[in-house]
Ligand binder design. Sequence first.
Ligand code: TYM
Length: 340
Amino acid sequence: MAAKFTPRVFSGIQPSGGLTLGNYLGAIKRWVAMQGPDFETIYCVVDLHAITVRQDPDKLRRSTHEVAAALIASGIDPEASVLFNQSQVSAHAELGWIFNCIARIGWMNRMTQFKDKAGKNAEKVSLGLYAYPALMAADILAYHATHVPVGEDQKQHVELTRDIAQKFNHDYGVDFFPITEPVIEGPATRVMNLRDGTRKMSKSGESDMERINMLDDADTIARKFKKARTDPDPLPGELEGLKDRPEARNLVDIYAGLSDRSPEAVIAEYAGAGWGRFKPALAELAVEKLVPISDEMRRMMAEPDALDALLARGAGKAEAISRPILEQVHDIVGFVRSRG
Ligand code: TYM
């Protein structure tokens, strides 16, 4: 990629229901790790994305505060990073429209997440749900972001972002948008459902026992891990031995993600251990890591005005980066800037 682009990270998370351990390990923890001298970091609560499916307005407000609190409680520093909610910076929606006119219908038809979410109901879902990946490309490219840390499930959307950037650059004969790199790293890029190791852990699964929520208390976390589906065998001595054991593999990956170790190191420590030993150790580790975060989240969520003040500052900083980029897009596309 041309060196003209500042190393800049952008990522987003939807305020559409409670946050899960999947969001924490696959995204939030990685976002915290990317703060520092190597990158400018921009993190966004993507409320425009959330309304692609119906949201109750009060719940949407609450979830927005929950996500902002989770990010800060997990270690996102609102001074070191730009932290804001998407609807407050109009460049997202504006560039999203322009990208609707760049992206091809055929590209959108290939998006597996749309197919999963729409299911048999594709005629009845919102147009926004279909166009959603073009808005996500706008989120990223409105900041000329070079790196996007996400879980495995967002890979195809980041690839589409690259296609949109390339087509825009090509159609207008410019080298304007960077070709963004997805950053999908760590042992827990795809945290699976605790009751079925072949399905992703998600906010919307029907049973609460399938997932660990970031706001679960210690007893609930312990109970969910105790009841997590496993198989009768003890843990093997090598990772290879977990090949056809998705539930066992998932618990090892979660342990690795929470303890900042590799799955290989976890397996080496617990080789031969039965679930009666591994599950309580995992539960204890999860409680140790998550409960201080959820305590802090609750404290922050009780002061929504303070959170709003932080988000407002972040939105100002986000605006200052994205506005000049959008103005250049207007020039490239040929919009008359009658107001300067
Ligand atoms: P969302 O809100 O579904 O999830 C937020 C982040 O959490 C990750 N994640 C997981 N990682 C591992 N295992 C899981 N079970 C799991 N569940 C969720 C997701 O991969 C994601 O990184 N479209 C995005 C939001 C978005 C965005 C963006 C992301 C909008 N604009 C621009 C990056 C850049 C989404 O719905 O994520």
